[in-house]
Design a protein around this ligand. Structure first.
Ligand code: DQA
Length: 145
């Protein structure tokens, strides 16, 4: 199976971005950890990041035919983007939503996510390890699909 791991805005700054909240791992570190786990699980991995909402939408649209599941850290777009929600609905694929931080310990505007409405599961607060848990969960979700 082929899994698309999508990262939204500002996640390209991981490592130096508010490390007390997001940790010291860079996005490249997270990608390397995901690649290792994907190989163990027998997944082809497509790991991407964009700061542009429409680019994420276009990638999700293509995933409908090109991938078997989507792991997404939508960043702040999770809190704002009906367009991401609509694209994920169109994709008709299993979705696992990941947030590095525990959004529920933070500002109230982070408590709601449009993406959660279409996610099979949501992982937050466990840092970079959350991506690995998401891939583990995908092993079952793509089977069922
Ligand atoms: C985040 C949480 C969001 O609220 C925030 O806007 C981010 C990162 C996380 O991984 O904890 O950009 O998605």
């Amino acid at each position: 199976a082929s899994i698309l791991v999508l990262n939204g805005p500002n996640l390209n700054m991981l490592g130096s971005r508010e490390p007390a909240i997001y940790g010291r791992d860079t996005l490249e570190d997270i990608e390397a950890a995901c690649a290792e786990r994907a190989e163990l699980l027998g997944f082809a991995l497509d790991f991407r990041q964009s700061n542009i909402e429409g680019e994420l939408v276009t990638w999700i649209q293509s995933a409908r035919t090109e991938h078997d599941g989507i792991v997404i850290n939508p960043g702040a777009y999770g809190h704002t983007s009906i367009a991401l929600l609509d694209a994920l609905t169109f994709a008709e694929l299993p979705v696992v939503e990941v947030h590095l931080s525990n959004v529920f310990r933070r500002e109230e505007f982070r408590w709601h996510s449009y993406v959660s409405r279409v996610a099979n599961g949501v992982i937050c607060g466990l840092g970079a390890q959350g991506y690995l848990f998401a891939l583990d969960a995908m092993a079952r979700l793509v089977e069922r699909d």
